[in-house]
Write a protein that binds this ligand. Structure first.
Ligand SMILES: Cc1cc2nc3c(=O)[nH]c(=O)nc-3n(C[C@H](O)[C@H](O)[C@H](O)COP(=O)(O)OP(=O)(O)OC[C@H]3O[C@@H](n4cnc5c(N)ncnc54)[C@H](O)[C@@H]3O)c2cc1C
Length: 387
């Protein structure tokens, strides 16, 4: 990736920044872009080299697409050949149900996130990749926050910003030294597992359909993304992965038990995993710091709302940051808690309701039968999740 606004660590450390954004997923990139468009000096820091793979179902729902359109990034999906989705096929223990799911698209995270970084850079943000950021503690008197930077094989550095946005995903690793942002992990949390597969042995998985295999120990989703590759993403109990011997074995067991065709071509090397993902940051805000996207908490991927929430958080925080830049006031912390809650919590109600049901074979069996016999029952649920 060659970017005119990519910056070296040395240059970044010798500048003063209005806003430092940690993490170049949808939350961080969109927030960086929206703030750069307002002419603030913005540094976007990412620990990985881009483009990078990320475990994700790669499905953008209508709400995510509308948010991109509203901020002028609607053409990104056309330009990248994002694949339109039309239905959601669920299988459990040999039973199947397909429900219409119009309006969404599938796009690999390598391409989506890279294009979002480009959009942030085009807007004037500076990008510092392959750099791990860690927020430093501050005192009551401090008018800025410091972020420590580490690059492989380089001496560490420090950048200073009036405001820091922590958009560094699950478990917010950049906040590990700051107790104020403590988070809780659910005991029953599953782990994410994913791979991007070549399509030549997956002709049983047609384009435009989200194929979802459901099992009492987890679920596996497959969907075709751009360039006809197949993205696989799963949420599986850690114990079941151990018991199966590997993520690939666990995935194949779930596909087979649910009634989907299996394949022998996937290897252990194809898979990447996440930490347990059901977690909540007790207070996703602190002095001159806003926490957004997955860094603020995440529940379950089944309803595919993570990226829509991340983008909505980013747009909302970019409206709030200018107030904090002119003068930091504690009332901003309350405002962000309320705003973030409005964006995510109402939607998480569905997820909270679904998550335990998905672990009950009888409930899944009844649900699938109902959707199979009366597909109209699913329509309001799908509509609610999509908007
Ligand atoms: C199995 C699974 C399937 C999913 N399927 C879907 C789906 O189909 N649709 C959907 O909308 N959502 C889905 N999600 C959720 C979605 O992936 C997340 O909600 C979304 O990526 C959150 O975006 P984010 O920007 O907050 O964080 P992320 O996308 O995780 O981005 C965080 C970035 O921060 C970087 N970073 C981390 N630490 C540091 C550091 N210290 N310094 C610098 N950089 C750092 C990371 O490398 C990463 O690039 C799924 C999740 C899982 C686990």
């Amino acid at each position: 990736m060659t970017l005119s606004h990519a910056i070296s660590m040395e240059e970044a450390c010798s500048s003063d920044w209005d806003v430092v954004v940690i993490g170049a997923g949808p939350a961080g990139t969109v927030a960086a872009r929206q703030l750069a468009l307002q002419n603030w000096r913005v540094l976007l820091i990412e620990r990985k080299a881009f483009p990078r793979y990320k475990v994700c179902g790669c499905c953008l729902n209508q709400r995510a697409i509308s948010a991109l359109l509203q901020i002028g990034l609607g053409n990104l999906l056309e330009e990248t050949n994002a694949v339109p989705l039309n239905s959601f096929e669920m299988r459990f223990s040999g039973r199947a149900a397909t429900i219409p799911l119009p309006g969404g698209v599938a796009l690999s995270r390598a391409v989506f996130d890279e294009r979002l970084v480009e959009a942030a850079v085009d807007a004037g943000a500076f990008f510092l990749p392959e750099t791990t950021a860690t927020l430093q503690n501050c005192t009551e008197q401090d008018q800025t926050r410091q972020v420590k930077l580490a690059q492989q094989g380089q001496p560490s550095g420090t950048v200073t910003a009036k405001i820091v946005l922590a958009a560094d995903g699950l478990g917010h690793p950049s906040l590990q030294h700051c107790e104020a942002f403590e988070s809780t992990v659910s005991q029953s949390s599953r782990m994410g597992v994913g791979a991007l597969l070549a399509s030549d042995y997956l002709s049983d998985y047609p384009t435009g359909v989200i194929h979802m295999a459901i099992h009492k120990s987890g679920y596996v989703g497959l969907v075709r993304v751009e360039e006809d590759r197949v993205n696989l993403a799963a949420a599986i109990d850690g114990d079941f992965i151990k018991q199966s011997g590997s993520p690939a074995a666990a995935v194949l067991t779930i596909l087979k038990a649910s009634g989907f065709p299996t394949f022998s071509e996937i290897t252990e090397g194809s898979f990447k995993g996440t930490i347990p993902f059901t977690r909540k940051t007790m207070r996703p805000v602190g002095k001159r710091v806003f926490v957004l996207g997955d860094a603020a908490g995440y529940l379950e991927p089944f309803t595919g709302e993570g990226m829509a929430n991340a983008i909505a958080d980013a747009v909302a925080v970019a409206e709030l940051v200018p107030q904090g830049l002119s003068e930091w006031d504690q009332s901003l912390e309350q405002t962000w808690l309320k705003k973030h809650h409005e964006i995510t919590d109402g939607r998480l109600t569905w997820c909270r309701w679904l998550a335990p049901l998905l672990r009950l074979p009888v409930a899944v069996g009844i649900g699938l039968r109902l959707f199979h016999l009366f597909p109209a029952v699913a329509r309001p649920i799908v509509a609610r999740l999509n908007h």
